[in-house]
Design a protein around this ligand. Structure first.
Ligand code: ADP
Ligand code: MG
Length: 615
């Protein structure tokens, strides 16, 4: 047989390598920004068009390159940053693989302008698909400008795989945040589609964080400071009362490099234990300085994970530094740990007035009969919008459908069958319900009993209600007496703009959406005014997380978030009217078996099951 092995041509090898380095426009942004920093720049400009698909340009005032270096920089394994393997252990640059430019040039149209301090005149290079197609001398200031156009022009499969411009833009913003937060001593400009999004002057860490995430951030920050032989820890955590539903602002930097570390994250979270609700997330911006020889940053191709020699010590030091910071700033409320947890009010309800459900249920009221559902005949009053009444969502609306309900027919019912039968006009036909461990609603059915997860059931009810409101656009909005003014980061405001239409159909009314400020004049009936900020936070973070596209639409994401945030939770006590309303509403849903998050809502225990237990 003839020899069949051959070496891949360079441009093919480069394309393959590019797949590892460049997953999306944000990866290019990261590499270019890091190169600019490595070149010693103190002012960097980032320019983006169409989510980076059309253009990514980084202009710096760093060292620049000679004409020869400029050509060489696009070769694979061409780097000025390490000379031998040993250098890997004393790394103080971002890059070291010498792969980025070669990879980018293999899959895009690249234009480089660069000049060193000592050269009189600069050089301009044009490269397409790894080939240098033009080289000219040119007048240009000291530093480098790298322009990347038409990313993945020669790999259509990759290009098609990219998400919408907004989603790609969001990844870029995330990357920009990480770099900008790590280098407050560098001035950054960020232009998106021709308009300036960020102008970050040279400053300190605290000011940089505030410039990136908005003025409101300042009051939230508690400094963390700890110096030991192993590590120097500095930075900020956010006060426990500002912990968020969303994971949003959590940053670790090791030797000025953004990293992800579930292990260290755990150290931080554990220091906050008991101070924030378990489903809330603390914000943190933590900068660790360690001896470069004690870490290995080489284990991940895109370098956001690193390996520490002594993780356990780091964990302990970090945890204690944060506990110390929390204690010093007197942000720790006194908590009596001996107190029975179950007696404790959940944080969200602390300080709020306890409200009794002001709902009167008329026993003759039939939620399933159309004529009774007309406004005039409503037999209960809405008096406040908090909590309990959420359970009655949909009761006023039409529930006339003959859905397949055979599996759940209630015990008290005679031979007739469906719950929607006219026989079942009275609520008191429904067997009594009771609440188990403040978590389940138990009720009997003909064949035995069902145990309903109260939170999931309510999620389902709210979810279908919200989806319907969005589709038929008839949501009821409650006008706020005084418009709410909420601050967000610029990036968050952009996201709110994106989902604005869905929010409006749900009953939100926006007076203005500015730079970092959102003025709200109306909210959906079911959203308490005090929770609007929290709900929007959650929406932003869910929307960001959904970049993978699990949800089929924006309305789906929005409805999911709202139902998750507003549904009754485990641990909440429900009176019997509320329990009944919940059960009835659940079984009026299109899908009553599975929660919007694909979890079973109830289980059935038949008489036979029980009989067996008695054997
Ligand atoms: P690495 O950063 O891993 O060395 P790159 O492919 O990103 O590899 O860059 C190759 C080389 O090109 C760098 O080592 C550096 O010498 C040079 N270079 C890249 N970008 C710049 C820049 N903005 N300013 C000066 N030199 C640069
Ligand atoms: Mg590099």
């Amino acid at each position: 047989m003839a020899d069949i092995i051959q070496l891949l041509p360079d441009h093919v090898a480069n394309q393959i390598a590019a797949g590892e380095v460049v997953q999306r426009p944000a990866s290019v942004v990261k590499e270019l920004l890091e190169n600019a920093i490595d070149a010693g720049s103190n002012a960097i400009k980032l320019i983006i068009k169409d989510g980076g698909k059309a253009l990514i340009q980084v202009v710096d005032n760093g060292s620049g390159m000679s004409a020869t270096d400029a050509r060489l920089s696009f070769e694979r394994h061409a780097t000025s940053k390490i000379k031998s393997a040993e250098d890997l252990f004393s790394l103080n640059t971002k890059g070291f693989r010498g792969e980025a430019l070669a990879s980018i040039a293999a899959i895009a149209h690249v234009e480089l302008l660069t000049k060193t301090e000592s050269d009189e005149i600069g050089v301009q290079l044009k490269i397409e698909g790894s080939k240098i197609i033009a080289q000219e001398v040119t007048v240009t200031p000291k530093g480098t400008s790298l322009c990347v156009k038409n990313l993945f022009f020669n790999i259509p499969a990759r290009r098609n795989f990219l998400k919408s411009n907004q989603v790609e833009f969001r990844h870029i913003t995330d990357e920009f945040h990480r770099v900008a937060l790590a280098h407050p001593n560098i001035q950054f400009h960020f232009y998106n589609n021709g308009s300036e999004l960020f102008h970050l002057p040279k400053s300190n860490y605290r000011q940089r964080i505030v410039n990136v995430f908005g003025n409101k951030t300042n009051e939230k920050l508690v400094p963390v400071e700890e110096e030991t032989q192993v590590v120097k820890i500095s930075g900020f955590i956010s006060k426990p009362e500002f912990s968020k539903k969303s994971r949003g602002e959590q940053f670790f930097f090791v030797n000025d490099r953004f990293i992800k570390s579930p292990y260290l994250h755990h150290a931080v979270v554990s220091a906050f234990e008991g101070l924030i609700r378990s489903d809330n997330h603390p914000g943190y911006f933590l900068y660790l300085d360690v001896d470069p020889s004690s870490i290995d940053i080489n284990i991940h191709p895109t370098k956001t994970e690193i390996k520490f020699d002594d993780e356990h010590t780091l964990y302990a030091l970090l945890r204690s530094a944060i506990k110390h910071a929390l204690g010093q700033f007197n942000v720790v409320p006194t908590i009596d740990f001996d107190q029975d947890q179950n007696l404790d009010t959940p944080y969200a309800y602390k300080g709020k007035q306890a409200e009794l459900p002001k709902v009167v249920v008329d026993a003759g009221f039939n939620p399933f009969a159309d004529e009774l559902a007309k406004p005039g005949n409503r037999s209960y009053e809405k008096q406040s919008t908090k909590g309990w009444e959420n359970l009655y969502v949909g009761l006023e609306s039409k529930v006339g459908k003959e859905s397949d309900f055979s599996s759940v027919s209630f015990e008290s019912e005679t031979i007739t069958g469906s719950i929607f039968d006219s026989q079942r006009a009275n609520l008191d036909h429904v067997a009594t319900t009771f609440q188990l461990r403040r978590k389940y609603i138990v009720t009997t059915i003909k064949s035995g009993m069902i145990v309903i997860d109260q939170s999931r059931a309510h999620q389902r009810v709210l979810y279908e209600n919200f989806l319907k409101n969005i589709t038929i656009k008839e949501a009821v909005s409650q006008q706020l007496l005084f418009p709410l003014s909420l601050s967000f980061s610029k990036a968050d405001v952009l996201i709110i703009k994106e989902i604005q239409d869905s929010l409006v159909t749900l009953g939100f009314a926006f007076d203005s959406l500015e730079d970092e400020l959102v003025a709200i004049s109306g909210v959906p009936l079911l959203v308490p005014e005090s929770e609007v900020g929290m709900v929007l936070d959650q929406l932003i973070s869910d929307y960001q997380l959904d970049v993978q596209g699990d949800s089929f639409s924006q309305s789906d994401i929005v409805s999911k978030t709202l139902c998750k945030t507003l549904a009754v939770k485990t641990g909440e006590q429900l009176d019997s009217d509320s329990q009944l309303a919940l059960v009835n509403n659940l079984f009026a849903c299109k899908e009553f078996k599975i929660s919007p998050f694909n979890k079973p809502i109830y289980i059935t225990i038949t008489g036979d099951d029980i009989d067996k237990k008695f054997f």
